[in-house]
Design a protein around this ligand. Structure first.
Ligand code: GDP
Ligand code: MG
Length: 216
């Protein structure tokens, strides 16, 4: 890729998120999902990893996706749509791996997530968010395995990069890349972001602009 295409994609990504994003649908179950349409990109990750904050940072709307200090509060698939009926949606997935949740609840979230990942033709990509302070955990690896079995391409996005020293961040990226080598369906590259500082947002928007261009 040339520097020019890079700059073009960054600009396309900026435009994609410059307009007014809206909440369109919340679904607590697989039966109540919105009809499949357009191109959907989902954000998955452990509770509290920063999914909602990332969606807010991407769209430039501080309160579009609700953020919470109480892990595990979002138990629905939440759909957001971009402006001008461009047919592009973001999906905030229910967080997994919430340690103190009752077992039955964990099982029902897991079933919902797995069903969604496996049966959604409009779903073009899943971004798996990983906390830069903690790296990959056992529950994350389970989700990667599920994604390997689904037809959806996925990529790891490190969150909260502002909380980690540069050397530690570099090591985390190396470790995760090594782990991803065992997951051929995963993008080998990792996006490093911070919703707090905005780091990595132009690149993540550009990645979605490229995906949209490939899909349409
Ligand atoms: N320092 C820092 N904190 C963050 C960042 N992103 C999210 N957080 C905090 O992490 C907590 C959980 O974020 P939230 O977006 O609700 O996570 P979710 O459960 O995955 O949706 C909140 O207290 C956020 O303020 C970030 O980039 N940097
Ligand atoms: Mg959330």
């Amino acid at each position: 890729m040339t520097a020019d295409t890079d700059a073009d994609l960054i600009e396309q990504g900026r435009k994609l998120f410059a307009g007014d994003w809206q909440f369109i649908w919340a679904s607590p179950s697989i039966e109540t999902l919105p009809p499949m349409a357009g191109v959907e990109v989902a954000f998955a990750g452990r509770s509290n990893v920063g999914k909602s904050s990332l969606i807010n940072a991407l769209t430039g709307r501080n309160a579009l996706a609700r953020t919470s200090h109480t892990p595990g509060r979002t138990q629905e698939l939440i759909f957001f749509e971009g402006p001008d009926n461009m047919g592009f949606r973001l999906v905030d997935m229910p967080g997994y791996g919430y340690a103190s949740a009752p077992k039955a609840k964990v099982a029902s979230w897991t079933a919902l997530i797995h069903k969604f990942l496996q049966g959604r033709a409009s779903l073009a990509r899943v971004y798996v968010l990983i906390d830069a302070r903690h790296g990959l955990k056992e529950v994350d690896l389970d989700v990667l395995k599920t994604l390997d079995k689904s037809a959806v391409s996925y990529q790891v996005v490190l969150t909260k990069a502002d909380q980690v020293k540069p050397a530690e961040l570099e090591q985390r990226v190396v470790d995760i890349k090594a782990a991803l080598a065992k997951h051929p369906a995963a993008f080998p590259d990792i996006l490093v972001t911070s919703s707090r500082t905005g780091a990595g947002m132009p690149e993540l928007r550009a990645a979605m602009a490229r995906l949209l261009a490939e899909r349409s």
